[in-house]
Design a protein around this ligand. Structure first.
Ligand SMILES: *Cc1c(COP(=O)(O)O)cnc(C)c1O
Length: 451
């Protein structure tokens, strides 16, 4: 008799093509079929449980099957599941837009919706270019991006990103961008202050702007943490300098807060830590607390005004997606935002973040841990082959995969990005669960670095 899990795995492998996966790997390690989720835990068809230390790919904020979000989704389902958002509107999208513009950095008063993060990036890129065209600067059509940045997988989003593993093959299909070195503080000199390093790295951006501003539409960045690039972090001073320089050079600033938004870095939005307002802010992932696909691009009155005209001038932003502003997704998003207030989440997260950081830093002395870094509720450990010289492990050795496998066996979902082990748990995680996830990471690192 095959086990309950095995039956699902066989059916899955017959037809499902999984994302970000070499399907042949499943010969060795089959996908884990999940039957249900409760709080920070996932459960398979045989009752084995997994602590979701990566928030189901950084989307989940308040655990699985959160009762208040469930109730909001159910209630909305009884009212309206979907309606066209062109020419029509509905309560959840109106209320969500009011709420987002109230919470966002000051000046972001307009919300445009899409249904996933990459599409939000496409919207911001197109809108920025189109703004300059509408205002008489059609030559501003290039984008400046940071090395090691990630903005999604559709062609425009891939073009403005810089993770070679995802990008290289498709390069012939992509628009040409200007890439400048990252303020990523992993590269700083021993003992060098984060702010000093990030500030010093700004010379590259300043130079690129001086040289190219006349042909540049926008600079796009992931504020504070380059997540898919290995949870590489930098100091808020870089964002302050960038805001000022973009103003000086008349170039837009696109803040891709798709991963870092909604409290991950300690503040509701990462931009707050630099006190800046971007021209475009992209949101997705945690926007619906990880319930449903939805994304939003917030922008300013002045951008909005550049598109507001008589129809025949053809200045409108005609971009659309079928499920733009889906009512059920918007209802989940509203319920999620309400929880931030009801449960005083950001304050409570400070204690969780302190605990998570303290426990993780116990691994800093490990002979193969080059750095333990943290920004709010994101903690990452960078593995290297040789700590003294900083020599990385060859990627072909897939050390992170060994940690992933060990953690699964121990009932924890850790999914290292290359040689970077990280924790990005839902905010309902307990100190004891944090202890478990750090302990399992320690065992996994020992196993993965013993040869
Ligand atoms: C995940 C992510 C995206 C893409 O979002 P999808 O919903 O996966 O398309 C874009 N930018 C950042 C910073 C991300 O982390």
């Amino acid at each position: 008799m095959t086990s309950a899990n095995a039956a699902w795995i066989a059916r899955d492998l017959a037809h499902v093509w999984h994302p970000c996966t070499q399907m042949k790997d499943h010969e060795q390690l089959p996908p884990v079929p999940i039957r249900r989720g409760r709080g920070a835990w996932l459960e398979d068809f045989e009752g084995k449980r997994y602590l979701d230390a990566v928030s189901s790919w950084w989307v989940n904020l308040f655990g699985h099957a959160e009762p208040r979000i469930n109730a909001a989704v159910r209630a909305q389902l009884e009212q309206l599941e979907q309606v066209i958002l062109a020419g029509f509107t509905h309560e959840p999208v109106i209320a969500l837009s009011e709420e987002l513009t109230r919470l966002a950095p000051p000046g972001l008063t307009r919300c445009f919706y899409a249904d996933n993060g990459s599409s939000a990036v496409e919207v911001a890129v197109k809108m920025s270019f189109h703004y300059w065209r509408n205002t008489g600067h059609p030559g501003k059509r290039r984008f400046i991006t940071l090395a090691n940045s990630y903005h999604g997988e559709t062609l425009g989003a891939l073009a403005v990103g810089n993770v070679q593993l995802y990008k290289e093959i498709y390069q012939p299909l992509l628009m040409d961008v200007i890439t400048v070195p990252s303020p990523d503080c992993f590269a700083r000199a021993p003992g060098q202050d984060w702010a000093d390093y990030s500030r010093a790295q700004f010379v590259h951006m300043e130079r690129a702007l001086e040289q190219h501003a006349h042909e540049v539409s926008a600079v796009i960045v992931e504020p504070l943490v380059q997540c898919a690039g290995g949870m590489r972090m930098y100091d808020p001073v870089y964002l302050s300098l960038l805001r000022a320089a973009c103003d000086r050079h008349r170039v837009h600033l696109i803040a891709d807060e798709i991963a870092v938004g909604f409290g991950r870095t300690g503040t509701l939005f990462a931009c707050e830590q630099a006190g800046i307002t971007p021209d475009f802010m992209c949101l997705s992932k945690g926007l619906t607390a990880g319930y449903l696909p939805l994304s939003a691009v917030l922008t300013t009155e002045s951008v909005y005004a550049a598109f507001y005209d008589d129809y025949v001038k053809l200045n409108a932003f005609l971009h659309s997606h079928s499920f733009t502003g889906n009512p059920i997704a918007c209802a989940a998003a509203r319920a999620s935002l309400a929880l931030f207030g009801e449960d005083d989440v950001l304050t409570k997260n400070q204690a969780l973040a302190a605990h998570m950081g303290a426990r993780a830093r116990e691994l800093a002395a490990h002979p193969h841990v080059a750095e333990v870094r943290q920004r709010g509720m994101i903690v990452a450990l960078e593995l290297v082959r040789d700590k003294a010289s900083g020599t990385p492990y060859p990627w072909q050795e897939r050390r992170g995969l060994r940690i992933y496998r060990h953690a699964l066996a121990r009932g924890v979902l850790l999914r290292p990005v290359g040689p970077v082990v990280y924790f990005m748990p839902p905010y309902v995680v307990t100190p004891a669960e944090i202890d478990l996830m750090v302990e399992v990471a320690r065992e996994g690192i020992d196993l993965a670095t013993c040869d």
